[in-house]
Design a protein around this ligand. Structure first.
Ligand code: NAD
Length: 304
């Protein structure tokens, strides 16, 4: 039987409506909700992400501040920019857009962000609180995974949850959030794969959350019958024809498409529930960031 494909876009739309009504309510009380991004220089990926944030801000009535020091700005200059954003009442949340130029340490910038404006939970203090289960802001992508599981009424207690990927911003906090809810969690990563042990863990998972950044990493052989598979990965791959040759676009360049880390079509036939890519976790991640921003505005005005 084919898995239930979770309609993450519909979930995101629902959350968006709830948040927009919240934002309106705050505006009526004279409280503005705003996001500032800090991009140093002009990294392509960071600019793309900034564009997305700006678009959501416009659509949802959230103030947007673009802090964009040039790539030759000193670390002290960028710290000063963040300090000014900390003081700015129009800015509820600050998002550092990495990578920064090599002469600027991530930690110097992140550690400067006011704790109540750290909406993607980068600051070590907020990450420490997350580990203790005293969450101010859960990082957006892990929060999106939890939101999906909550909406599917997952019973965390005792569930076997396996996370593939252990980055500080995705895999590790997902594991911690599941552990905080008393799931039995295993965190696997590249060294698990290199030791040829990945399948040993993933086939025992009631819920398998994959955040590795490797297309087709998870095939049906690695999935337990009826498991809930959440695919966080985002990968650009070439579109191939039936002979395995790249399909070319009108400019003669290989066509590309976005896929996750899971072989969706094949795994769908074995899993119980699955999230697609595109139109999966990513859609909800954006709304989690907005939800954290609204929460930040409330916290800063003593409403939470
Ligand atoms: P990262 O590169 O920082 O970490 C990748 C993790 O995957 C590491 O822990 C690594 O050990 C593990 N890994 C890599 N290859 C593996 C393999 N063959 N077997 C097992 N583990 C392996 O990446 P990240 O920032 O954690 O992001 C992970 C993926 O999630 C990327 O595709 C990224 O684009 C995507 N992402 C999606 C969203 C979203 O909202 N959907 C948000 C952030 C990141």
């Amino acid at each position: 039987m084919s898995a239930k494909v979770i309609d993450c876009v519909a979930i995101a739309e629902e959350i968006k409506k709830e948040l927009m009504s919240d934002i309106e309510g705050l505006k009526k009380k004279g409280i503005s909700v705003g996001i500032a991004t800090v991009l140093v220089g002009d990294d392509f990926g960071a600019r793309m992400y900034r564009g997305q944030i700006e678009k959501f801000c416009q659509e949802m009535g959230v103030e947007y501040t673009n802090a964009n020091p040039s790539s030759d700005a000193s670390e002290a200059d960028v710290v000063k920019v963040v300090e000014e954003l900390n003081e700015n009442d129009k800015v509820s949340g600050i998002i550092p857009l990495r990578p920064f130029p090599e002469h600027i340490s991530d930690y110097a910038i992140i550690n400067t962000i006011e704790l109540n404006k750290d909406i993607d939970c980068f600051h070590p203090y907020n990450m420490g609180k997350l580990t203790l289960g005293e969450i101010t802001f859960a990082p957006a992508t892990p929060a999106a995974c939890i939101e999906i599981m909550d909406r599917e009424k997952v019973n965390f207690e005792g569930a076997e949850i396996v996370v593939v990927g252990h980055s500080n911003i995705v895999g590790k906090p997902i594991s911690i959030l599941c552990l905080n809810r008393n799931a039995t969690t295993s965190t696997t990563h590249i060294f698990t794969s290199m030791a040829k042990n990945l399948e040993k863990h993933t086939t025992g998972a009631d819920i398998l959350i994959v955040a590795a950044g490797k297309a087709n990493l998870i095939t049906p052989a690695q999935v337990k019958e009826g498991a809930f598979v959440i695919d966080v990965g985002i990968n650009r791959v070439k579109v191939l024809d039936e002979n395995g040759e790249p399909v070319l676009n009108e400019k003669g360049k290989p066509k590309t498409k976005t896929v996750g880390d899971v072989d969706f079509d094949a795994v769908k036939e074995k899993a119980g529930k699955i999230t697609p890519v595109p139109g999966g976790v990513g859609a909800i991640t954006n709304m989690m960031l907005m939800r954290n921003t609204v929460k930040a505005a409330k916290v800063q005005h003593g409403l939470e």
